[in-house]
Design a protein around this ligand. Structure first.
Ligand SMILES: [Mg+2]
Length: 70
């Protein structure tokens, strides 16, 4: 599935970086991460739309569940 490929592409940018490096990316890597995050968002929107899921509503509901759980 294309979404999982995009997630892997994002993960690859952060592979082998420590926390400090991961949170202070140089411009080229930050731009690459931005593009992959946008790809992921677009595929999520497309999948949600295809399944008739309101992504904002589903996220709100999940955040409520997470707050109760944790
Ligand atoms: Mg990509």
């Amino acid at each position: 599935m294309a979404l999982s490929v995009e997630v892997a592409e994002l993960a690859e940018i952060f592979m082998w970086l420590n926390e400090k490096q991961a949170t202070s990316l140089k411009k080229e890597k930050l731009n690459a991460a931005s593009e992959e995050i946008a790809d992921i968002f677009l595929y999520l929107l497309r999948l949600s739309d295809t399944l008739g899921i309101d992504l904002i509503e589903a996220t709100d509901e999940k955040m409520k569940k997470n707050i109760e759980k944790y």
